[in-house]
Write a protein of this length. Structure first.
Length: 568
């Protein structure tokens, strides 16, 4: 670590036994800062002392030199020409500010007080300072134990944090911290050091960086390394991919789900977004989001997206799509709390154990009792929330082409259950295609449990099982009344099957069903009814751009009138 001797103004290097030092937090002026090469190269002469940055270094040494023998200034204490040193320095930056004896915030655009003027710093005065809009100064505000604010002429103006302050000093510091909190949205207790930074949720900490900017776009991520206690290599030129890498590094060390609680920015194409946020702006409204503190869940980044554990429970809610006006049941993954509301993201199901984030909808927010129609589905296996490449229309259509759809519930026909659940998409109400060879060569048994109102009276409702299957050229079904084959019914609908049944397996394990057809007659008193299962090829419609043909299962209820079957 290099430090500037406050007496000689020369750089000195320390490998260990680092002496107490003060550290500077400021904003850069391109081309006006003194660099390491300026101070280290004897052949460069002293022309660098004409730069505005040299006066800043001199003033820093004069101010801090009254108490400390050394200071650290980022412009000249790091050899930025060495990529290895730059990487090490940026990964160590938060720790260097944290270990400093005192940090000086130099606000070069904070006007000094006129003679005889006594004016406390307020939000309008401080809020105009460029220092509060820069990316790197965020960690410089949070890391040090003692912080002082100085104006353009290096006059001391206020203290934000000082652990050794008297009771009177603490009250003054609290007032300044409240002003800074109003500007930055960082809780006052965090600014005062009374609350651990890492007690704040990931989404909350990300929100503090939402409106901050850096000269290099990659630094928007690199400036946050210390705030999330992560390290990673620097790759200048990668653009905002650096922010994606930052999030991947965070989830290697934390299982806090609020990292996914961001809202899609209006100016970014939603088709390009995955489960990770594209930039800190996406967390702009997350300043009050807190974590559940659930240590049981786990998830990790893979080449297929985020692999989520089965204990990351998915709920189902009814939601109207703003683009179509159609109300559908949606999957929601709740991530944390905002006040008394649960905050989460909406998911669409692509295929078995594969989902993607639905960016046509903003964050979900529901109070404890939940909306009408809220249910729960607990995945029996881990599942993926996919990357953008996995949400392509081709892939989405691939799982739906020639799939079997069940019509929405009506007063006459209500769906009670389905199996296998891994293939069921509650939003589109379809059985997704599994692997193509499994679907075509060895068609699977898709079991549905219905309640059908045969006539007007409550006692005239019947429960029935419809088994569906699909070959490349046709769909077929078998129908029977619930309760008639209890062993077979249990085998078909139980959730803990090692693998779904194929039609060949059904003939082996449930031969009693082999002679059934796609219709069943059900007498009720003197009335006789017949229910027939049939299929019709239809277009699924959105969200795919091109038509996606599915096979829609329809139940036709007929009544016998004078020996002739007529639609009831």
């Amino acid at each position: 670590m290099r430090l500037i001797n406050t007496t000689t103004l020369q750089l000195e290097e320390f490998a260990s036994n680092i002496p107490p030092y003060a550290i500077l937090s400021h904003t850069w002026r391109e081309g006006e800062e003194v660099t390491f090469r300026d101070m280290a190269s004897s052949s460069a002469g002293e022309g660098f002392k004409k730069k505005r940055g040299w006066e800043k270094i001199v003033k820093m040494c004069e101010t801090a030199g009254k108490r400390f023998g050394y200071v650290w200034v980022d412009t000249c204490c790091i050899d930025k020409a060495s990529s290895a040193e730059l990487t090490e320095s940026i990964n160590s930056m938060f720790a260097w500010y944290e270990r400093s004896s005192r940090c000086y915030f130099y606000l070069e655009d904070l006007a000094p007080l006129r003679e005889g003027e006594h004016c406390e710093l307020d939000q309008s005065t401080l809020g105009r300072c460029r220092w509060f809009s820069r990316g790197w100064t965020l960690q410089e505000l949070l890391a040090p134990k003692v912080t002082r604010i100085f104006d353009a002429e290096w006059n001391y103006r206020a203290t934000v944090r000082d652990f050794s302050a008297s009771a009177e000093g603490e009250e003054k510091n609290r007032k300044v911290a409240e002003v800074v909190s109003a500007i930055t949205s960082i809780p006052t207790k965090v600014l005062l050091g009374q609350s651990d930074l890492r007690a704040c949720s990931i989404a909350q900490r990300m929100s503090w960086a939402a409106q901050r900017r850096t000269t290099r776009v990659e630094d928007r991520a690199y400036s946050l390394l210390g705030i999330f206690d992560v390290n990673m290599p620097l790759i200048y030129g990668e653009g905002m991919k650096s922010f994606r890498r930052l999030q991947e590094e965070i989830i290697k060390r934390s299982n806090e789900m609020t990292i996914f609680a961001w809202a899609p920015p209006a100016d970014i194409s939603k088709g390009e977004l995955g489960v990770f946020a594209p930039s800190p702006e996406a967390f702009g409204d997350c300043g009050t989001v807190v974590t559940y503190g659930n240590n049981d869940v786990h998830f990790t980044a893979t080449n297929k997206g985020v692999l989520a554990s089965s204990d990351m429970v998915l709920r189902t809610v009814k939601r109207t799509d703003p683009s179509t006006g159609i109300t559908r049941v949606r999957y929601v993954l709740f991530l944390g709390l905002r006040g008394i509301s649960h905050v989460g993201i909406f998911l669409r199901k692509i295929g078995p154990k594969l989902y993607y984030r639905d960016h046509s909808l903003q964050l979900a927010a529901f109070q404890e009792n939940g909306p009408d129609g809220m249910g729960m589905t607990i995945p029996t296996e881990d599942y993926h929330i996919s990357t953008p490449s996995q949400t392509s229309p081709t892939l989405y259509q691939g799982y739906r082409k020639s799939a079997i759809r069940i019509l929405p519930d009506t007063t006459r026909c209500k769906l009670l259950g389905v199996s296998p659940r891994s293939l069921w998409d509650v939003t589109d109400r379809i059985f997704l295609r599994p692997r193509p060879h499994a679907w075509m060569g060895w068609p699977m048994v898709l079991a549905t449990h219905f309640e059908v109102a045969l006539a007007d009276q409550e006692w005239e409702k019947k429960k029935m099982i419809v088994l569906c299957g699909c070959h490349p050229q046709k769909c077929f079904a078998r129908v029977f009344e619930a309760g008639c084959y209890p062993r077979e019914e249990w085998l078909l609908l139980k959730e803990d099957k090692i693998e779904p049944l194929t039609w060949m397996g059904l003939d082996a394990y449930a031969p009693a069903l082999s002679q059934l057809s796609n219709s069943v007659e059900m007498p009720i008193g003197e009335k006789k009814f017949r229910i027939t299962a049939c299929f019709k090829k239809e277009d699924l419609g959105k969200p795919t751009a091109s038509p996606t043909e599915v096979m829609t299962l329809k139940l036709i209820v007929e009544k016998s009138v004078d020996g002739v079957w007529v639609v009831a």
